[in-house]
Design a protein around this ligand. Sequence first.
Ligand code: NCD
Length: 321
Amino acid sequence: MISQLNKLQLDEQGRLRHLLSLDGLDATRLTALLDRAEKFVARPGAPIRVSDSLRGKTVANLFFEASTRTRASFELAARRLGADILNLDINLSSGTKGETVLDTVRTLEAMNVDAFVIRHAETGIQQMIAENVATHVAVLNAGESHANHPTQGLLDALTIRQHKPDFESLNVAIVGDIRHSRVARSAVHVLSALGVADLRLVAPKSLLPVDEDLPGRDFTDMDEGIKDCDVVMMLRIQKERMQAGNIPDFAEYHRQFGMNEARLEITKPNAIVMHPGPMNRGVEISDAVADGPRAVILEQVNNGVAVRMAVLETLLEKRIS
Ligand code: NCD
């Protein structure tokens, strides 16, 4: 399944054709994407870098699940490269008309859309679309159920690299609702490929993955899991993906697994705290940490645009004839 996805996202010359998953991409390719993204990172107060490299290309955002930051980030990325961008919030509208996802894609393909940025609550939709589009069309996974969120993984890796460039010396804890998190899975894929020394998955037993062989050491005690960490990546409690009865008591959850100022003392003194957003303040993270000096949450957002520019350019530039 996983190598199948990786096969599908590479063309015959081994170039990236779609971005469906970070699983299977090696450190060289990941580093090249991060290097390209770094050039697009906007520094506060400095003019943003824009380019014309995708002038004449059209990107469609197809979001079947709510999103603010990822959607806006892809939109700005496409615009800053000179592409046209079409935003379609499909929610239930075409579903109720009985149109399949593939019909929607085929319709837009007929209008010469070059790239589809797709978010969907089910697994396998991006793969199915990638199997069916014309060879010059790219599919970018913008969030697939609990399974993949590759541009988030890249922006997380870029943010870590800006603060702590030597991945092989890092202790990284991913904390929270790992079971339902595509952010965690993509982070695990990229951080293990980049050689993070000690990758830890920290969650109550009920929120650790079941029957899944993710790299990383499991911890069910937060204080042990974040001890001496250089990076603590907090995750959102995914209420919408939980079975009834599985939703924790939030006050108790915060006591046991919330990031707060006292817990910062357990990490390395210069550790950074990450969160993909949107945050449940007071649940997985306290206001003081979220708004404090160790949080790099808005840097993640800033890096997100740069990463999406790098990915769009990588996927679409070779199609400029
Ligand atoms: C994440 C997502 O939607 O997967 N957010 C995001 O992309 N910024 C994380 C989340 O919803 O918890």
